[in-house]
Design a protein around this ligand. Structure first.
Ligand code: PGA
Ligand code: ZN
Length: 429
């Protein structure tokens, strides 16, 4: 079966939407669709805080309610425009549904109907196709994308800074990646045990274990090295060996946040130019078991990216998030320019499921690896867990191993593993 397979069309008899709260307490869009056999499927849109400039655009109400972040107009758009266009017809493929959504919206970034409405409809439609095909969602995604299924290495964001926390730490995410775990359940156990060991260290040293948006701790620290020392200690305290092939560390500095323009970055009170920033990262790679660096440079500083990629010479994973915004064309241009060797995949950055699969295909064609990702504002929707297994890209980040909206994804991965113990676990090397 391909994404364009005509074998199992869907017919929707109803499509409705409503505002729900996301994990930050702001509204987001949940859609609910009913199939002609009476089955109901739902989906909810996540929301970023440190968004890339070129992401698909959410529709927000403005005005006073929820500080302007209401989604009543996006919800109304689903019911008044998208539903009449989709309900009642037979749709042969997710590509066809997504093309209809794009045509109906009429803009390249979904700013009219809202990417928060469109992505939820596209995910719900994917669930409908899987149901009609008689497949689990991850297996349907594998078929639709022509991939081999694989259980991913989870990247647990255990310490938060940047736009996701109120501390003075400029780097946004410090993650634990149990690369050497034998399976998903063991990886989740390692992540949770390190998280608890880290909690104990932080309480002891800072007297507080307050949290950031993604469930990682947000102690009053300022320097990345302070955090990296804490992580190495917590991994050891939990009884594991820190190492690139055992329990590794991954960073998402989200450098847009501390980019000062003209190739200069300000972190921890120090201003560095591109070359100094590259040296700084190289020192960190040297001193700590870091395997992956996401958005180490700003989205509009390609020279910084190239300098880093040249210096890293393929030794580390360099992931573009805000840089590519899950856009197949940006990924291809970035690969040609030698910006990075990996891509972060967030469905709501590009707007639809078929465009997300196209982004993964583009990355693969360019020899780049992918990591599937949640957003800092999340819901209980677990689509990304099925997406990462179905596409077999081997890596996911979904925040801390704590808080309902984060663990929903990790728990779904463990459920898939229980149902399919034959699936391989780990990086797609
Ligand atoms: P966001 O951050 O969801 O707030 O955009 C996540 C990330 O930068 O990876
Ligand atoms: Zn990022």
């Amino acid at each position: 079966m391909s994404a364009d397979s005509p074998s199992a069309p869907i017919v929707l008899t109803a499509l409705t939407a409503r505002p729900i709260l996301d994990s930050r307490g702001y509204p987001t869009v949940e859609v609910s669709a009913v199939l002609d056999d009476g089955t109901r499927v739902r989906a909810a849109a996540p929301a970023g805080a440190s968004t890339g400039a070129h992401e698909a655009v959410e529709r927000r109400d403005g005005g006073e309610a929820y500080s302007g972040r209401g989604v009543d107009a996006a919800v109304a758009g689903v019911e008044r425009e998208i539903a009449p266009a989709l309900v009642g017809s037979a749709w042969a493929s997710i590509t066809e549904v997504d093309r209809a959504l794009r045509d109906l919206d009429g803009t390249h970034d979904y700013r009219r109907l809202g990417a928060n409405a469109v992505v939820a409809v596209s995910i719900a439609a994917s669930r409908a196709f899987a149901h009609v095909a008689g497949l689990s969602l991850h297996t349907w995604i594998a078929a639709a994308s022509g991939s081999s299924e694989r259980l991913p290495v989870p990247h647990f964001n255990v310490l938060n800074g940047g736009a996701h926390a109120a501390n003075a730490l400029d780097f946004q995410e410090f993650m634990i990646a149990p690369v050497g775990a034998p399976d998903e359940a063991a990886a989740v156990r390692i992540g949770a045990e390190v998280y608890h060991a880290l909690a104990a260290l932080i309480r002891q040293r800072y007297g507080t274990a307050g949290l950031g948006d993604e469930g990682g701790f947000a102690p009053p620290v300022e320097h990345p090295r302070t955090v990296l020392d804490l992580l190495v200690e917590a991994i050891g305290d939990a009884g594991y060996r820190p190492g690139r092939d055992t329990v590794a560390i991954a960073l998402d500095p989200a450098a847009n946040y501390f980019y000062r323009g003209a190739g200069r970055y300000e972190t921890g009170g120090t201003l560095r130019d591109r070359a100094q920033m590259v040296d700084f990262y190289l020192e960190l790679f040297d001193e700590y078991p870091i395997r992956s660096l996401e958005d180490g440079f700003a989205e509009d500083d390609p020279e910084g990216w190239v300098a880093m990629a040249t210096a890293a010479a393929g030794r580390w994973q360099l992931v573009g998030d805000d840089l590519y915004v899950t856009d197949p064309e940006r990924i291809e241009r970035g690969a040609a320019a030698g910006l990075s060797n990996a891509v972060l995949i967030k469905p709501n950055q590009i707007g639809t499921v078929s465009q997300t699969l196209a982004a993964i295909a583009a990355a693969r064609d360019c020899g780049m690896s992918c990591m599937v990702s949640h957003r800092s504002g999340e819901t209980m929707d677990t689509f990304i867990a099925d997406l990462v297994v179905g596409t077999g890209v081997g890596q996911i980040k979904s925040g801390a191993p704590a808080r309902g909206e984060r663990v929903a994804k990790y728990n779904r991965l463990m459920e898939i593993e229980r149902d399919h113990p034959e699936l391989p676990y780990g990086l797609d090397r």
